[in-house]
Write a new protein. Structure first.
Length: 749
């Protein structure tokens, strides 16, 4: 997703809204954080860049300006090698699968919001000429690119767009482009193959200076007030998806090249149901030609919550999961998360009243049940509560080295430790003994499920417990857990850290009127620790994808080759294709109302359109973002579509979804964007929403949330949302189901 970065490169503090929902990102701003480096212990730039890309995709990397210099080649290879296309295609499939599950009202009020740049339209040609995101963003150059109107559509986004149209969704395009770029954007979209959108929302005069998240949130809120239900939203930036008036489900498409910065004020009782917000049956994607590639993509989908709810590890992935856990990568990934958490913790200014709290989950967070799962198929067997409880009462679960390191560091810093687990009160004694036996001491309290908590979803139960803690005057600065349900809900932490778990998924539910600022509340840029070179970049990418890495500006320098290899290889395509399959499977489960109000939202850049060629020329995200340079790329309008996104787009159209493109591109890039989209094969979108003058300066999450909210006000139901950034998917007015596609090149909050 792209947008007017000239105003977004600065941090913006948003005014408090009456019912503001925080887009799961930043509640505070501090100076950039750099984690300790130990380059001599790093054996592989590829591993580092792989980890950085994943951290960026899942919003763990936080805000960042350019791709790390050492990761330029990695990003280049990722974009050009096919993995980027695969990742996008997977997302499109997820979105389509979700869209098919929606029962459309049939009154044209079921909306899907799309971002434009890097969601529907690809500015990769621009980024190829500007270091693949490794060069600072140049707004002038990028706008020059946009007005060329030759950005291509992504194959996957076209597929998704068209599928949503066919399913009966009303498409609303919400972009950060200026209103002055409407004509060129619309032309670019049509040329790229997108047609039939309901509206294209761009930044007007009143939107200038607004952070992307604010602008898009306001636009979505207006849509919602019109009676639309925003079922889905697709965008490549988290700011496309987060904020308020978010879609029921948002889909983040991959974008490792660019990012927008923003800050949102938080309210005390807010929840964000954006990413995979609705519990649904497990959607099994079709098997691909390579089991290894498929399982790698499945794990990414599971970690980023694109896979939705699932009961068991896919049977063909049992050995893959086994090797991941036993081969060292799992330990490395966990260690990276711990290092990010410690780096963040050191930036927190603690009081002297003992009220600065850090919350920990227990199972698969502090204590490892790997020995149990080894005997039960590494998650490939259905969960058996009786057998697991028999394991728990043995009290022999070991601790994770990384969690012990984090726990002790937090204690030394002065944090008050609160343990919050789904275990039963009857297991208190054995749990406390097990914790002490493995080295955990000095916690403030251990919260377990009582009689009144039985039957409650994990998210609800844990939210209620945190709320009680907050009412006692505690400030929850951090939260660590292996499940999204450990971290989301209400009374969330200022910053949350999700540790990897490819074995177990705990189902949870969201509250309709709440928004979640939990995952990676935006602080400053955190530089990934650099140990074990052979796995460094893989771990960084996972941390980025799951948003544990916090904010980041560029790909770590040592991971340029890794990112390039990922983008240009089969894994990126596989990741994208798996997401597209999940989305498509979900879309097929949606009951379309037939009134044109069942919407699927797409971000454009790095979601529908790939700007990989641009980023190839700009270090694959290792160079600081250059707005002018990227704008020049955009106006060329030659960004191609992702195969996976085009497949998803077309499938959604065929299913009857209304396609709405919601992009951070400026309104003055409308013609170029529309032309690019049509040229890339996208057509039939309901509307293309771009940033107007009033959207300038808004964070991506706020901007996109506002745009989705406007759609909902129009009566659209946002069934699905696809985006490469968490900011495309989170916030308010979120989609019923969101799908984040991989993007290790740039990050937009």
């Amino acid at each position: 997703m792209t947008f007017s970065r000239s105003s977004s490169i600065s941090f913006f503090i948003l005014a408090l809204f009456g019912v503001l929902i925080n887009p799961a990102i930043s509640s505070r701003v501090s100076s950039f954080i750099k984690l300790p480096s130990s380059v001599e212990s790093r054996s592989s730039d590829v591993s580092y860049c792989e980890g950085w890309r994943l951290a960026a995709e899942t919003n763990n990397a936080g805000t960042w300006r350019v791709v790390p210099s050492q990761c330029e080649n990695y990003v280049k290879n990722y974009i050009n090698g096919g993995q980027f296309d695969k990742d996008y295609d997977v997302l499109a499939s997820y979105a389509i699968a979700y869209a098919k599950t929606i029962n459309l009202a049939g009154k044209d009020k079921d909306a899907w919001v799309f971002d434009v740049d890097e969601t529907l339209l690809s500015n990769l040609e621009y980024y190829k000429a500007h270091g693949y995101g490794s060069e600072p963003y140049d707004n002038t150059l990028f706008n020059e690119w946009v007005v060329k109107g030759n950005a291509p559509g992504f194959d996957a986004s076209l597929r998704l767009y068209k599928a949503l149209k066919k399913l009966g969704f009303t498409i609303i395009l919400l972009t950060g482009r200026d209103e002055s770029q409407r004509s060129i954007t619309e032309k670019n979209l049509r040329d790229a193959g997108y047609f039939g959108w309901n509206r294209l929302l761009l930044r007007g005069h009143e939107d200038q200076g607004k952070a992307a998240a604010q602008y898009k949130s306001e636009q979505r809120a207006k849509v919602v007030k019109e009676g639309y239900t925003i079922h889905g939203s697709a965008g490549d930036q988290w700011s496309d998806l987060q904020g308020f008036a978010v879609a029921t489900r948002s889909f983040k498409v991959p974008n490792p090249i660019s990012i927008t910065f923003f800050i949102l004020a938080l309210f005390a009782v807010l929840i964000n149901p954006a990413i995979s917000s609705r519990a649904s049956s497990f959607i099994k994607p079709p098997r691909r030609s390579s089991i290894a590639s498929y399982c790698e993509s499945w794990r990414l989908a599971a970690e980023t919550n694109n896979a939705g709810t699932w009961k068991v590890v896919p049977f063909q992935c049992e050995n893959y999961v086994k090797n991941y856990i036993n081969g060292g990568q799992f330990d490395k990934d966990y260690d990276v998360v711990a290092s990010y958490a410690i780096a963040y913790a050191k930036t927190v200014k603690l009081g002297r009243d003992g009220k600065d709290a850090w919350v920990f989950d227990i199972d698969e967070t502090l204590l490892s049940n790997i020995e149990y799962y080894k005997a039960h198929g590494y998650g490939s067997q259905p969960y058996d509560n009786t057998l697991f409880n028999e394991w728990v009462v043995k009290g022999t679960a070991p601790g994770f080295d990384a969690s012990l390191r984090l726990y002790k560091a937090l204690k030394k810093l002065g944090f008050t430790i609160i343990l919050l687990t789904g275990r039963d009160e009857s297991q208190r004694s054995i749990t406390e003994k097990n914790l002490r036996d493995v080295g955990y001491f000095g916690w403030n309290r251990l919260l377990l499920r009582g009689k009144n908590d039985q039957g409650k979803a994990a998210t609800q139960y844990k939210s209620e417990q945190r709320s009680k803690v907050v009412k006692e005057g505690y400030k929850i600065h951090g939260n660590t857990g292996d499940q999204w349900s450990d971290l989301q809900g209400f009374a969330v932490a200022a910053r949350s850290f999700k540790v990897p778990n490819p074995i177990l998924s705990i189902w949870f539910f969201f509250f309709v009127f709440l928004i979640n600022p939990s995952i990676s509340i935006r602080t400053s840029f955190i530089k990934l620790p650099t140990s074990d070179e052979s796995r460094y970049c893989d771990s960084w990418r996972l941390a980025a994808e799951t948003n544990n890495a916090g904010t980041w500006d560029v790909i770590p320098s040592i991971c340029v080759d890794s990112v390039a290899e990922y983008l240009n290889g089969d894994q990126f395509r596989s990741d994208y294709d798996v997401i597209a399959d999940y989305a498509l499977a979900f879309a097929k489960s949606v009951e379309i109302s037939g009134d044109g109000k069942d919407v699927w939202i797409f971000d454009i850049d790095e979601t529908l359109l790939t700007n990989i060629d641009y980023y190839k020329a700009h270090g694959y995200g290792s160079e600081p973002y250059d707005d002018n340079s990227f704008s020049e790329w955009v106006v060329q309008g030659t960004a191609p579509a992702f195969d996976a996104s085009l497949r998803l787009y077309n499938a959604l159209k065929k299913l009857g979804f209304t396609i709405i493109l919601l992009t951070g591109r400026d309104e003055h890039q409308r013609i170029s964007t529309e032309t690019n989209l049509r040229d890339a094969g996208y057509s039939g979108w309901e509307r293309l929403l771009l940033r107007g003058p009033n959207d300038q300066g808004k964070s991506a999450t706020n901007y996109k949330s506002e745009q989705r909210s406007k759609l909902i006000e129009e009566g659209f139901k946002i069934r699905g949302n696809s985006g490469d950034q968490w900011s495309d998917l989170l916030g308010f007015a979120v989609a019923d189901r969101s799908f984040k596609v991989p993007n290790p090149i740039y990050y937009i909050p």
